[in-house]
Design a protein around this ligand. Structure first.
Ligand code: GLN
Length: 449
């Protein structure tokens, strides 16, 4: 049924880059046999799941939606993918994304533009737009994305589904193509908080992954505390964020509605400040490109992916492979990173960004000494029309609310709050909790459903 849904609905949405038809059927037959033999099946047995195309899945391609990796065979399976499949999930396919996860609209994919299932003239958000759209269109029950500066939460909000960025280190990054290694985190999309909790159990339940040195043991079970009351708990609202320039009326209203819902459930709303939050976007667009420049240096046209033919010299081959393998945004990020890390410039920008990172971390620690959870917008507005956001800087500025939790590393989630009155498109709010309180995060998210 899931494969039929994908075949039919994906014509309108274009969420998938590859459908792993045979793999899904084989896996389903394995499960059938196991059930017939009386074996106990995993908690996600038979659940159709899609994976962002920066996650390796042996037997499928991993392209990062780039010409640079067109046709690249996954040499092994990423831990996050492996764990979902081990829990019984059926791998339905690989989803479209912004090239190498640079972007907020899934328009920088080399292969296709994914459309928002609510209004196919609009973008699904990004960079994990394919995963968000596949869940929103009912093509799969769960999908995984990666979030370096908002790439799970923002497309989740544009497509009206739940999207969680767990605490940095909660989910293994082994086998996921790196963008910004100190910021990247894998997380699930689902239609409701409970589905996301089930995915989290599969992702972190088996404990830390020895193949990712930053992975840590995290408390499970995510279902156990889902229905805990939020009564008597405190939720912080950062007043300055709600006054931010460019914040749409619909988003402001959704934040107000979320506050009222949490108050009705017995939580206390408190005003808090994150005094250095304005520096987050600047710090991110320094740290992100610097780490990306370093990570993407491996695409030299020799070891991975696209290789320009007939170049004569190795230097020319590397240079032309990169010139023709990467798209405009991927080049922009790498050029920016190369410049920011050059001598004389490095001290001023990179060191400055690291100082901002420390200050933002302290702001969060102060805020979380007073409240259990923070409430804020996900994105300044609902999904925009394809092609509407012409200028890169304008798009970068739309990441303003999501970036700080990648900088600080704590968990965050995007929770749908219905449709906006003006655009008629899904609008969400963001919740954040202290690092490794991801179960509490889902308890608050559940209270908003
Ligand atoms: N939109 C942000 C960027 O373009 C975030 C991307 C991401 O989280 N991968 O960098």
């Amino acid at each position: 049924a899931a494969l039929d849904a994908v075949t039919q609905r994906d014509r309108d949405v274009d969420a998938f880059l590859e459908i792993t038809y045979d793999m899904a059927l084989d896996r389903a037959h394995d499960l059938d046999r196991a059930r017939a033999a009386g074996e106990v099946l995993g908690p996600l047995a038979g659940v159709p799941v899609a994976f962002k195309d920066n996650m390796n899945l042996e037997g499928s391609h991993t392209t990062c939606a780039s010409r640079m990796l067109e046709g690249f065979d996954s040499p092994y399976t990423a831990t996050c993918v492996r764990r979902m499949v081990d829990a019984g999930a059926l791998p339905i396919g690989k989803t479209n994304m912004d090239e190498f996860a640079f972007g907020s609209s899934t328009e920088t994919s080399h292969f296709q533009k994914t459309r928002n299932p609510w209004d196919t003239r609009r973008v699904p958000g990004g960079s994990s737009g394919g995963s968000a759209a596949a869940v929103a269109a009912g093509e799969v029950t769960l999908a995984l994305g990666s979030d370096t500066g908002g790439s799970i939460r923002q497309p989740a909000s544009f497509c009206g589904v739940v999207g969680m960025k767990p605490t940095y280190g909660a989910v293994s990054r082994y086998g996921v193509v790196a963008f910004g290694s100190s910021l990247d985190q894998v997380g699930p999309f689902g239609r409701c908080v409970e589905d996301v909790a089930r995915a989290m159990n599969a992702l972190v339940g088996p404990g830390r992954d020895p193949l990712d040195s930053t992975s840590q043991d995290v408390p499970v079970d995510f279902l156990e505390h889902l229905d805990d009351p939020v009564e008597g708990r405190t939720v912080g609202v950062v007043g300055s964020l709600l006054e931010a320039e460019g914040l749409s009326h619909e988003v402001k209203e959704a934040c107000g509605a979320a506050c009222r819902a949490l108050e009705d459930a017995g939580a206390t709303i408190v005003d808090v400040e994150l005094p250095h939050i304005d520096a987050a976007i600047n710090a991110y667009y320094v740290i992100g490109p610097c780490e990306a420049f370093s990570n993407l240096a491996r695409f030299d046209g020799v070891r991975y992916g696209y290789m320009e033919q007939g170049c004569g010299t190795l230097a020319r081959q590397t240079s032309l492979s990169r010139a023709h393998g990467f798209g405009t945004e991927a080049k922009r990020r790498q050029l920016l990173g190369a410049y920011l890390l050059s001598s004389g410039v490095y001290d001023r920008y990179y060191m400055g960004a690291l100082s901002a990172r420390t200050l933002i971390g302290r702001d969060y620690a102060d805020a979380f000494s007073r409240v259990d959870c923070l409430l804020m917008p996900v994105a300044p507005r609902t999904a925009w029309f394809s092609g509407e956001m012409g200028d890169a800087t304008q798009m970068y500025l739309s990441d303003t609310f999501t970036i700080s939790s990648n900088i600080a590393g704590n968990g965050s989630v995007s929770v749908p709050m219905g449709l906006g009155h003006d655009s008629g498109m899904p609008v969400s709010v963001q919740l954040q909790t202290p690092a490794f309180r991801d179960r509490t995060l889902l308890t608050f998210a559940r209270a908003l459903e």
